[in-house]
Every structure is written in structure tokens, then in C-alpha cells.
Design a protein around this ligand. Structure first.
Ligand SMILES: NC(=O)c1ccc[n+]([C@@H]2O[C@H](COP(=O)([O-])OP(=O)(O)OC[C@H]3O[C@@H](n4cnc5c(N)ncnc54)[C@H](O)[C@@H]3O)[C@@H](O)[C@H]2O)c1
Length: 416
């Protein structure tokens, strides 16, 4: 699409939206931003919001399912857009390492945020953004869209109602494949640092972040509180010369509540969409989070629990009436960001190769698969064991966060 900075795309008469309709801008309009354009488009047409600006340094790609509405301005720089358009809501869908500075600018300009996941890359950045929100009175919804799923609510309701008995473990297993083209699509793909700044791509931090976040949401239902990680152990592997993991098994032991294990790969043999497995004294539940298929104790098999509340619609509803709770407020993502903080400190993943890794396909669509990885990940999720603990020949000792200091004797006596 040939558009000039700051121009009206299609000048013309537009039916005006209701006076209080939120004016929305999207920063990062290509890549996953096209998905946001497909969400925003129908809401704009229905008069529920008004898309006022797109920002991207690259030309805006055509999105046939969501043509850019007349009157939408296009910018290459978010600061210029914020100054000239002053939107009410900003959707930020740029590379992860750009999130904090853009988010700070947007809230300073008076906008509420729909901020893509991972919202920020460390707990320090989380605190900075939380402070910026508090001082400006703005809110941030984080793009963990699977938190809006009715299937997750059905699972957490079952957990809270005691249908699984005492929950003893929460785990996720997912096996995807990503071709060479995936790592070539953007300069930050597969990188730990870019231009001297942390980027922290990787299976756990990015494509399978939803799997981790779903587990944290279930853990929240078990204890009634957000997870407070006491210790994180992780084994990270890679099959390409990237700087981050494409295969990882992570075990998080919370200060209170059952352990959480995430066993994921982008170099899988068989496709596993992403299961969240909750084990309790009275039975187990499995949620396939990308498809919203759920099986609870006593169910004859998995059933689809349809329905997802959209994050942008929920943010608009919250702005109109603060009694409507946000689905994924920044605070809810603090344990996820604590996981990222631990991953930042972990050493480079172990490179796997030789006879262990098969190449399938050609050119940019070539994928690499680790022989036997599905079985290894399944075992980790089912038994809560890291690969190095279950005798996997290629496994290496886990990296772990330091154990928290033991409580002082007086503290221990009061808490016992
Ligand atoms: N919620 C989900 O399921 C989901 C899925 C995919 C990606 N994401 C997230 O969306 C974000 C973007 O991912 P992607 O894969 O689309 O990345 P990408 O690099 O493919 O695309 C990002 C877009 O942002 C633009 N951009 C870069 N810097 C910018 C800036 N300073 N201002 C404006 N635009 C800028 C780029 O030109 C590009 O068009 C990431 O945080 C990613 O984790 C979320």
C-alpha cells in the first residue's frame, strides 16, 4: 500500500462514531499487527471504537480481511503519532524489546494500552511500567488472549470447586515446528540480544508464552493468589545456531502451591498444540489451550468449550466502567515476567545436532526435529521430571535460580 506519513488514506465523508467512542491507534501494524487489524476492523465498522492511526516504519501491508478505514492516519514514528493524534487506546504490537519505551510514551500521552506479550523482558521493567501506569492513572491489558477463554474459566472453576481434589501438579506440553523462514522473518527472531539490548526471543518467552501463562493462571486458581516463584529450574536446548531455546523444560516451584512444569519445543516430531495438565488427588484435567478443548475428571473425553472474550473489547468495557475487571492486567503477568527474568540469567542453550536431529523439507521451509523429543517432553509434563532427571542421554544439568534465603529463626517460629 502506497501511503505517505501522516496522510489521510481515503479522504471522504465518514459516518461519525458516537462522541465517546474510543479512538484507537495500532503501533506495529504488520506481522502480528495484521491480526490486530482483523480484530479492530469489525469493531470500527460497528462503531465500538474508531481506528485513528497505524504506525510502522515499514510500508503498511494489505490485509484483505480488514481494509484500512477511511480517515486512518499512517505514521512511521509513534511519538509523532501520539503528539498529533492523542489516541485514547494504543495497541502495541512491536518487537518485545521495544515495548517498554513505547508503552511509557503512550501512557505519558494519556493512552490506555493493549500491550502484546511478552509485555516486558524483566521484573525491573515490569516495575517501571507499573510505576508509569500508577503515576498516569492509565491501565495496560497484556496480549495473553488465551486468558479470555471460557475453557480456561471452566477449568479454573472446577479447580476452585475442588473437583480435582488437592492439586499436586500443573504442567504444559507443546510440540510445534518452526521452519528456517521463521527465524529469518525479523532481526530479533532467535536473538538473546540485539544492538546491545536484551531481546529474549525463545520458545518459552515467545511462541509458547501462552502455555506458561495458562499454567500460571491455573496456579492462581489453586491458591487464590498470583504465583510467587521461589525457585526456577530450566534446561534449554536449540537445534539451530540461534541464541535462545527452541526446546526447553522449566520447573517452577512457587512459595505456595503445586509445582509447574513447562515442556515445550519448536523442533517437535509430532504436533502437540499445547496441553495444560492439572493433576489432583481426585483426578486430572487437560485443557488444549489453543483449541479450547477441555476434559475434566469424570468426563467421557475432551469437549470443546467455545467462547473467548476479546482483550480489546474487555479493555474498552473496563474504560467505560471500571467495575469490569481486565482479563490480563499487567499485574497478573508479574509471575510470567519473573520467569523471563530467570531466563535472562540462564546460560546459552545447549546445541543439539548430529544423529539426534532430522532435517525435513527444503529451503526456507526446512524444519528440524529432535528424535524422541515428544516422548521426553510428555514424560516431563506427566511426572514433573526434568530430562536430566529421567536419564535422557542428551540432557544437561539444569540451570536454577538461587534458593531464597531461609527465614530467620524468629520468622520461622511465627510462620509455623
Ligand atoms: N498474542 C499472540 O498470540 C502473538 C502472536 C505473535 C506475535 N505476538 C507478539 O507481537 C509482537 C510483534 O511480533 P511480530 O512477530 O509481529 O514481530 P515482527 O517483527 O514480525 O513485526 C513487528 C512489526 O512492528 C514494526 N515495528 C518495529 N519497531 C517499531 C516501532 N518502533 N514502531 C512501530 N512499529 C515498529 C515492524 O516494522 C513490524 O511491522 C511481539 O511482542 C510478539 O511476541 C503475539
Amino acid at each position: 500500500m502506497n501511503v505517505r506519513k501522516g496522510t489521510l488514506l481515503t479522504p471522504g465523508v465518514e459516518e461519525g462514531p458516537p462522541i465517546n467512542t474510543a479512538r484507537v491507534a495500532l503501533i506495529g501494524a504488520n506481522g502480528h499487527g495484521r491480526w490486530h487489524r482483523r480484530v479492530i476492523g469489525p469493531l470500527h465498522v460497528a462503531g465500538r471504537l474508531r481506528l485513528v492511526a497505524l504506525v510502522d516504519p515499514r510500508p503498511i501491508e494489505e490485509e484483505p480481511a480488514a481494509p484500512v478505514p477511511a480517515g486512518t492516519r499512517v505514521f512511521t514514528d509513534h511519538r509523532t503519532m501520539l503528539a498529533e493524534v492523542a489516541p485514547d487506546v494504543v495497541v502495541i504490537c512491536t518487537p518485545p524489546h521495544t515495548h517498554l519505551s513505547i508503552a511509557r510514551d503512550a501512557v505519558a500521552a494519556g493512552a490506555d494500552l493493549l500491550l502484546e506479550k511478552p509485555p516486558v523482558l524483566s521484573s525491573t521493567e515490569h516495575e517501571e511500567l507499573a510505576d508509569a501506569l500508577a503515576s498516569t492513572g492509565r491501565v495496560a491489558q497484556v496480549g495473553f488472549q488465551a486468558l479470555g477463554s471460557a475453557a480456561l474459566t471452566a477449568l479454573t472453576d472446577a479447580v476452585s470447586a475442588g473437583r480435582l481434589g488437592t492439586v499436586t501438579g500443573i504442567a504444559t506440553v507443546a510440540a510445534w515446528q518452526r521452519p528456517d523462514a521463521y527465524y529469518a522473518r525479523a532481526p530479533w527472531a532467535g536473538r538473546r540480544h540485539l544492538d546491545g539490548r536484551p531481546v529474549l526471543d525463545g520458545a518459552l518467552a515467545n511462541p509458547l508464552a501462552h502455555a506458561v501463562m495458562q499454567c500460571l493462571a491455573v496456579a492462581e486458581a489453586v491458591t487464590g493468589h498470583p504465583v510467587d516463584p521461589a525457585r526456577i529450574e530450566v534446561e534449554r536446548y536449540r537445534v539451530r545456531p540461534i541464541e535462545v531455546d527452541d526446546t526447553a523444560v522449566l520447573r517452577l516451584r512457587p512459595a505456595v502451591g503445586p509445582p509447574i512444569v513447562a515442556a515445550v519445543t519448536l523442533a517437535g516430531e509430532d504436533f502437540v498444540a499445547g496441553e495444560v495438565i492439572v493433576t489432583g488427588s481426585a483426578g486430572r484435567a487437560v485443557l488444549e489451550y489453543p483449541t479450547d478443548r477441555l476434559s475434566l475428571p469424570g468426563d467421557p473425553g475432551p469437549r470443546e468449550v467455545p467462547g473467548r472474550r476479546g482483550l480489546l473489547e474487555n479493555l474498552l468495557a473496563h474504560r467505560a466502567d471500571h467495575r469490569v475487571a481486565l482479563i490480563a492486567p499487567l499485574a497478573r503477568t508479574a509471575p510470567f515476567t519473573a520467569v523471563l527474568t530467570a531466563l535472562q540469567a540462564a546460560p546459552e542453550p545447549t546445541l543439539l545436532g548430529g544423529g539426534l536431529v532430522d532435517a525435513v523439507g527444503e529451503g526456507a521451509q526446512r524444519v528440524l526435529r529432535i528424535r524422541g523429543v515428544n516422548e521426553v517432553l510428555r514424560r516431563a509434563a506427566e511426572h514433573g521430571e526434568l530430562p536430566s532427571e529421567s536419564g535422557v542421554a542428551w540432557a544437561v544439568a539444569p540451570w536454577q535460580t538461587p534458593a531464597p534465603d531461609p527465614p530467620a529463626p524468629a520468622e520461622r517460629m511465627t510462620s509455623e
